[in-house]
Design a protein around this ligand. Structure first.
Ligand SMILES: [Fe+2]
Ligand SMILES: [Fe+2]
Length: 223
């Protein structure tokens, strides 16, 4: 073997060792990449797990979640104001049927207040009232309508029914909207609670329509 051949062989040995080294390095890098990927996947799993945990415990990290909590505080105030109004109005109704309907809805309203307290619990919040100008305005109007009618008249019942239905429609609009937001946010348990209340408000609205259309309006017409 001449010197040149010897050099060539050395070079060939060197490059073969180099290739081997590169392959080893690439394989190590691939393994690292794949373990990094697994790490990222685990990370994502942990993150999404955390998100699910937070689902119904409001950390107010989005505008919509904050808006939702504010709106729950608003309807919590409204329900308490409605309960007081119903307690005041029930004795002013002329017909026994309307008196009973209002008494029943007063009890239902008490349950709805407790249900909202459960909603606050799911949100991880203390129950808090936020002044609701809309319900204050509607209840003031109901009060004035009732006062404008004579004690013991069926026109009084007409006024109470129209007033109560204004309140029910405010509640139906509120609970209907809040239910859809709860579904959007993945607040499943809260959505169930709100849906129960929405159904009760709709039932009350239908019952009031029935009382008005079957008796009260006709009897008031005769006064
Ligand atoms: Fe209500
Ligand atoms: Fe109601």
């Amino acid at each position: 073997m001449n010197q040149k051949d010897n050099n060539t062989e050395k070079t060939a040995q060197d490059s073969s060792a180099e290739v081997h080294e590169i392959e080893k390095a690439e394989s190590a890098a691939k393994q690292k990449d794949s373990s990094d990927d697994d790490g990222k996947k685990e990370d994502n799993k942990v993150k999404s797990g955390k998100k699910e945990q937070k689902m119904e415990s409001n950390d107010q990290n989005t505008e919509l979640e904050k808006f939702f909590t504010d709106a729950i505080q608003d309807i919590y105030y409204a329900e308490a104001a409605i309960e007081q109004s119903l307690a005041k109005i029930k004795s002013k109704a002329t017909s026994e049927e309307l008196q009973e309907a209002i008494e029943d809805h007063e009890l239902v309203t008490k349950k709805q207040i407790l249900r909202l307290e459960k909603v606050f619990k799911h949100l991880g919040e203390e129950p808090k009232k936020k002044k609701c100008d809309a319900i204050d305005g509607i209840l003031k109007e109901v009060d004035e309508m009732v006062k404008s009618t004579k004690d013991g008249s069926m026109t009084r019942d007409v006024a109470i029914i129209i007033g109560a239905q204004k309140v029910e429609h405010y509640e139906i609009a509120t609970y209907g909207g809040l239910l859809q937001i709860a579904i959007t946010l993945g607040y499943d348990k809260i959505a169930d609670l709100l849906e129960t209340t929405l159904d009760e408000e709709e039932e009350t609205d239908h019952l009031l329509t029935e009382i008005a259309e079957e008796h009260v309006n006709f009897e008031a017409k005769e006064e």
